[in-house]
Write a new protein. Structure first.
Length: 233
């Protein structure tokens, strides 16, 4: 076998290896992107559940604090913005963070009305919303972990070449912003009052059922409170 034939075989093997690597890297991007979308769908289900709970919550609080019109309007408007922002994920994340802030203000109002805190309907809505927020927080942590893995792969050479050639783009993190970064607990037990929440560690894993106290949850009767997930690192 002549030298040029050996060289041709070597070049052919290299090209085959590059093709297989390219295909494997592309398929890896597809798998990661699908994981990102699936993780977001799980979060989105809980976000829609939160949207459904808010009107009844506002009406219940309004029955005891009708003069808090500005607070009710801010919650209603924030909910409307969140519902209508489904097309753009960055905008949706921003709108959901604004809604989280507005709900926090609503519960700050509720804290001032002991009769409202004793209302059975309010307490049930409070419990339902707390569970929903727990699942949102769990789903958000998992979503951010998957996005980090996908974005890191997309930025790593030489896989970044495949990503740019095949149209893959960075995904948006679901980060708490503004006042949503401040973890606050509300105690509706004896004495009431608000106080800073203890720092919580961020853990990643597939979304599980609601925990007893979520990082973005809202107050439950007694010692449980609401707070937000620490900002994405």
């Amino acid at each position: 076998m002549s030298g040029w034939q050996i060289a041709l075989i070597v070049v052919g093997l290299i090209l085959i290896a590059i093709v297989f690597w390219f295909i494997g890297t592309y398929n890896r991007f597809v798998a990661l992107r699908n994981r990102v979308e699936e993780a977001w769908r799980q979060v989105d289900v809980e976000l829609h559940r939160r949207h459904d709970l808010i009107p009844n919550l506002v009406e219940t609080v309004k029955g005891y604090a009708a003069h808090e019109r500005a607070t009710f309007e801010s919650v209603t408007q924030a909910r409307a913005n969140a519902v209508s922002s489904g097309g753009d994920r960055s905008q949706q994340v921003q709108s959901e963070n604004m809604l989280t802030d507005a709900i926090g203000r609503l519960f700050a109002v509720a804290e001032q009305y002991p009769q409202l805190q004793a209302d059975a309907n309010f307490r049930q809505l409070q419990t339902d919303l707390t569970g929903t927020e727990d699942r949102i927080a769990n789903g958000r942590r998992y979503y951010n972990a998957v996005v980090r893995e996908y974005n890191t792969k997309l930025e790593t050479f030489p896989a970044s070449i495949v990503g740019s050639m095949t149209g893959f783009r960075r995904s948006t993190y679901f980060e708490a912003q503004g006042a949503a970064r401040e973890a606050v607990q509300v105690d509706f037990g004896q004495g009431g009052g608000t106080r800073p929440a203890a720092p919580q560690q961020e853990q990643f894993g597939p979304p599980q059922g609601g925990t007893q106290q979520g990082q973005q949850g809202y107050p439950q009767q007694g010692q449980q409170g609401y707070g937000q997930e620490p900002p994405h690192q």
